[in-house]
Ligand binder design. Structure first.
Ligand SMILES: C[S@@+](CC[C@H](N)C(=O)[O-])C[C@H]1O[C@@H](n2cnc3c(N)ncnc32)[C@H](O)[C@@H]1O
Length: 207
């Protein structure tokens, strides 16, 4: 497990939601609701929100009546998620690492991962895709949402520096091949733009 990254997120958890609200003018709330809708969750389903952070996606998904597990490796983020989700039913928080999921095979109907996948190292991305496939039921769906590459050159440069410092040094190469890679694990892989235009969704179904 990456201790430095965990420590970073333990600290960042204190202001994470405020920072997101500030830089996205609360589009993030709507964006995460849109993501949940795309998964088609409903009562009786079991849902995993991978790298749940402060739990926005998991809490939204639990409103559909699905049983939702929010997993993250940062205790700080999970504590915030627990506070935010207080009173919500059908919601469980689990500390764990994305490439080593502590769940049985075929446990979930839907798995989400919002704005976290690109932060994984290249080997972690591959292992995580394998693990997501393992824990999904046949016909279950994986939905990965990430920022689109910004068009403004300065913002694009900063975006690439962030990806290089967190995920892989060669993130552009990974992004150019990601649909092919997802297709190795899932069928019916599609990519679409979010309604805000700043994020993208990649969706695939377990064979
Ligand atoms: C940018 S935040 C996104 C949080 C949330 N999904 C959202 O959309 O707001 C990235 C999250 O991924 C978590 N994370 C990063 N690498 C992880 C890993 N290998 N296993 C589990 N969680 C991880 C971090 O702790 C952090 O909470």
């Amino acid at each position: 497990m990456r201790r430095g990254r965990r420590f970073y997120y333990d600290l960042f958890s204190r202001v994470y939601d405020k920072v997101i609200a500030l830089h996205s003018a609360d589009k993030a709330g709507k964006l995460r609701s849109w993501l949940v809708e795309q998964g088609g969750c409903k009562g009786g389903m079991r849902v995993l929100d991978l790298c749940t952070g402060t739990g926005s996606v998991a809490i939204e998904a639990s409103r559909t009546g699905s049983l939702v597990v929010g997993l993250d490796f940062s205790w700080g983020m999970l504590e915030k998620a627990r506070d935010k989700g207080k009173g919500a039913r059908h919601l469980v928080w689990v500390q764990g690492s994305a490439p080593f999921l502590p769940f049985r095979d075929e446990s979930f109907h839907v798995v989400y991962c919002s704005h976290a996948f690109y932060e994984l190292r290249d080997w972690e991305k591959l292992w995580t895709l394998g693990e997501v496939k393992r824990v999904l039921l046949p016909g279950g769906c994986f939905l990965m949402m990430e920022h689109e590459e910004p068009s403004h050159p300065v913002v694009r440069f900063l975006y690439k520096v962030r990806l290089a410092s967190m995920g892989s040094l060669d993130s552009s190469r990974f992004i150019s091949k990601e649909l092919k890679l997802f297709s190795r694990f899932f069928k019916d892989v599609v990519r679409e733009k979010s309604p805000t235009g700043n994020s993208k969704l990649i969706k695939g179904v377990k064979r």
